[in-house]
Design a protein around this ligand. Structure first.
Ligand SMILES: C[S@@+](CC[C@H](N)C(=O)[O-])C[C@H]1O[C@@H](n2cnc3c(N)ncnc32)[C@H](O)[C@@H]1O
Length: 266
């Protein structure tokens, strides 16, 4: 996926918000995703260290854990999309601490070496064209005993949803997989291993039970600019929407696999 398409997809937080809505409303896990991620962040680092968030989007992680952010936390929240940074500033206006916000490309991090005790890169490394460069940059700005947190998806993520799309947009399954295949739960550890002494992977146990068509259709629509070869046309999108409505009416709520998790590298 080209950097231009990534920029187009994340010009504002609208597309990401549509996808987050589906997960927030219909996930079966009793622990919401962002709360689960935060459970894995070392509280000592948050209280006493410097933290850099790369590709933080509109800042959902910090917003949904505002009760757990120390007042004197030293956070630098960044994203390469100015629109995302604008949303983050608005959403996080009453965070207990005063983060620094900056537009930053993960491939060229404008901070001195060994400055941070933790770096986060959640659901974003698969979008970075020169990922090896970004990982070297992350290692450079981390203190020698620093920790890197990177969440991502696995190969089966949202499998049944793309299977439903496929007849209306042949190639959709392969195209959706292509978006995230650069850094997945399956291949991420091998990319981190050359740079870190220890790499752990934690899987988030969850799935979706979707009883309404509209939020699922909104999710698919939000992803269309990322699909290289199989964008739905207006007609096929209408036919797909009808099929989703019909399936739910006849078979009941749709069950959709989720595969997501977190790498912790030290
Ligand atoms: C799927 S969103 C994830 C947002 C947030 N981390 C989360 O987990 O909710 C991917 C984010 O990565 C950002 N991004 C993509 N490529 C980037 C790059 N090279 N450097 C920094 N941010 C990037 C996008 O603008 C977008 O906000």
């Amino acid at each position: 996926m080209s950097q231009q398409l990534v920029a187009e997809q994340y010009k504002t937080s609208d597309n990401l918000d549509a996808r987050a809505q589906l997960h927030a409303r219909f996930s079966r896990s009793t622990i919401p995703w962002h709360r689960w991620i935060f459970d894995h962040i070392d509280p000592h680092i948050l209280a006493h260290g410097r933290v850099l968030a790369l590709g933080c989007g509109p800042g959902g992680l910090w917003q949904q854990n505002r009760d757990r952010v120390p007042a004197d936390a030293r956070l630098v929240l960044t994203d390469f999309s100015p629109g995302m940074m604008a949303s983050a500033r608005t959403q996080l206006v009453d965070l207990p601490c005063a983060p620094l916000f900056a537009v930053v490309d993960a491939q060229a991090i404008p901070f001195v070496s060994t400055h941070f005790d933790a770096v986060t890169a959640h659901h974003m490394l698969y979008h970075v064209p020169d990922r090896a460069k970004a990982l070297r940059e992350i290692r450079r700005v981390l203190a020698p005993r620093g920790t890197f947190y990177a969440s991502t998806v696995g190969e089966d993520h949202m499998r049944e949803m793309w299977e439903l799309v496929e007849p209306f947009a042949p190639g959709a399954i392969a195209s959706a997989r292509q978006v995230t295949q650069g850094f997945t739960l399956e291949n991420g550890a091998a990319q981190l291993a050359p740079l870190f002494d220890e790499v752990q992977v934690h899987r988030y146990e969850d799935s979706l039970i979707v009883p309404e068509a509209a939020p699922l259709i909104a999710y698919v629509r939000s992803s269309l600019t990322m699909l290289a070869h199989s964008a739905l046309t207006a007609e096929s999108l209408a036919a797909f929407s009808e099929e989703v409505e019909r399936r739910i009416a006849t078979d009941g709520p749709l069950r959709i696999t989720k595969a997501s998790g977190l790498f912790i590298a030290r």
